[in-house]
Design a protein around this ligand. Structure first.
Ligand code: RNT
Ligand code: ZN
Length: 427
């Protein structure tokens, strides 16, 4: 017998299962309706770069290095221009419940085949993206591209010892901040602009000090002007390909920079030691930082940017936000890229896993658990946490999908297979 691994449930089935699930959660004091409503409202910023393996569409100045990040694989159907990428993102968003934003990088500028230097980019080079977002009522986020460029070839940008190169990247950052402000204005909502630089050294630097001093100078120059709607973030990293020994913008560096300059600090789940997780850092950082930007990613043995799945690490991050009532103090953006599988499915798996983890966290009986803890019933607390894992969570997730008008469970997969045949296979 042929089995179908991606069956569809009827609305009646979903409603029936939910009725029982809702009751099971209500018995432990959790309001499943409220959890669904809240989980649907939290924006997830969808990174455009999974769609084309972090390639960008700019007219290039010559062969360039990847800048310490790498998408591996060559699955057919990669988007190779703005129209294809927007078409792909539309397909993706049809399958995602809840509020979505789209996160762009500067090298996705559309310049009609003309070379435009990165320090000369203007809002008009993103007018198609802005029009598209406006029509679809979605917000845009932005990133300067401090990599994949001849002036980043030796691994340094904003912290470069050559003042000409350093200033070029400062100008790029400023140009990008103006683009972010234009996006915010056009779309009537703030645009988060995240600054990640690859700067670092492969092997023991004799001077760890000067690049950090220059980075501070560069960032201060770049961020000097207040631009309405442009919300800046700085992203730390432990190591990269070619910067195994030293990264200028380390965790401590950017945490303190962000705090002293009142910008957002960005934590990427893959930017730490191989087994280090970020959930325990949130309640510590949020004692001092007002808001954090989270790059939701999945490292396997290194910062490999695998597609995000509904795993312990992801759940732990959102459980922390739920338990600290801190969902409004964290901005959630995806950051992964796998070129070895269908890219639409990669997006959908990662984005749905993230929304699932939010829902899971909002179904946590946090008050009750805290009560068990304060009364010394720690075995009961552990038991309750363990039992949460086999609660009828899937039925609540399916209801969330039904409410959002997107396929429940695995019913989205046939649609992606269809898109593969009708669209991707023809590219
Ligand atoms: C790189 C950072 C950064 C990039 C994107 C493309 O290690 O995680 O966020 O992945 O800017
Ligand atoms: Zn990142």
């Amino acid at each position: 017998m042929q089995t179908n691994l991606f069956p569809t449930s009827s609305q009646a089935e979903i409603e029936h299962n939910y009725m029982h699930a809702k009751d099971a959660y209500a018995r432990i004091g959790v309001d499943a309706d409220a959890a669904i409503a809240k989980a649907l409202q939290i924006p997830i910023s969808l990174h455009c770069w999974q769609g084309d393996d972090v390639g960008g569409f700019e007219v290039k100045e010559g062969a360039v290095d990847s800048g310490g990040i790498m998408a591996t694989g060559n699955f057919p159907g990669r988007a190779s221009n703005g129209d294809e990428l927007r078409q792909d993102l539309e397909q993706v968003m049809k399958l995602l419940p809840g509020v979505q934003r789209v996160n762009l990088h500067a090298f996705y500028a559309e310049t009609d085949g003309k070379f435009v230097s990165r320090d000369a980019l203007e809002p008009k080079h993103f007018s198609r993206w802005m029009e598209w977002a406006k029509q679809r009522k979605i917000g845009l986020d932005f990133n300067p591209t401090f990599f994949a460029h001849p002036k980043a070839a030796d691994g340094f940008t904003l912290s470069h010892r050559d003042d000409g190169i350093r200033k070029f990247w400062v100008r790029h950052g400023i140009a990008c901040r103006k683009i972010a402000a234009a996006m915010a204005k056009e779309l009537g909502q703030p645009c988060i602009i995240n600054h990640w630089i690859p700067d670092g050294a492969k092997d023991h630097p004799a001077d760890r000090w000067s690049p950090r001093a220059r980075l501070t100078q560069s960032l201060d120059e770049m961020l000097a002007e207040k631009l309405p709607g442009c919300v800046d973030a700085v992203e730390s990293k432990l190591f990269g390909i070619g910067s195994e020994d030293y990264v200028v913008g380390s965790f401590e560096y950017y945490s303190h920079y962000a705090l002293t300059r009142s910008v957002l600090f960005c934590l990427d789940m893959g930017h730490f030691h191989p087994t280090e997780t970020i959930h325990d850092k949130l309640s510590a950082l949020l004692q001092f930082h007002k808001t954090l930007l989270l790059h939701v990613s999945r490292p396997i043995r290194w910062d490999s940017d695998h597609v995000v799945i509904f795993n312990d690490d992801l759940r732990a991050v959102f459980l922390e936000l739920a338990r600290g009532h801190a969902f409004d103090r964290a901005v959630v953006a995806l950051d992964f890229f796998d070129a070895s599988i269908n890219r639409i499915a990669a997006y959908v798996i990662g984005a749905r896993a993230t929304r699932k983890a939010m829902l899971y966290a909002l179904l946590d009986p946090s008050e009750g658990l805290r009560e068990l803890e304060t009364t010394g019933r720690n075995a009961q607390k552990l038991a309750r946490i363990e039992e949460m894992k086999t609660m009828p969570f899937g039925a609540v997730w399916d209801m969330l999908c039904l409410k959002a008008g997107v396929p429940a469970a695995s019913a989205w997969i046939p649609e992606v297979e269809q898109y593969q045949t009708t669209t991707l296979a023809k590219r």
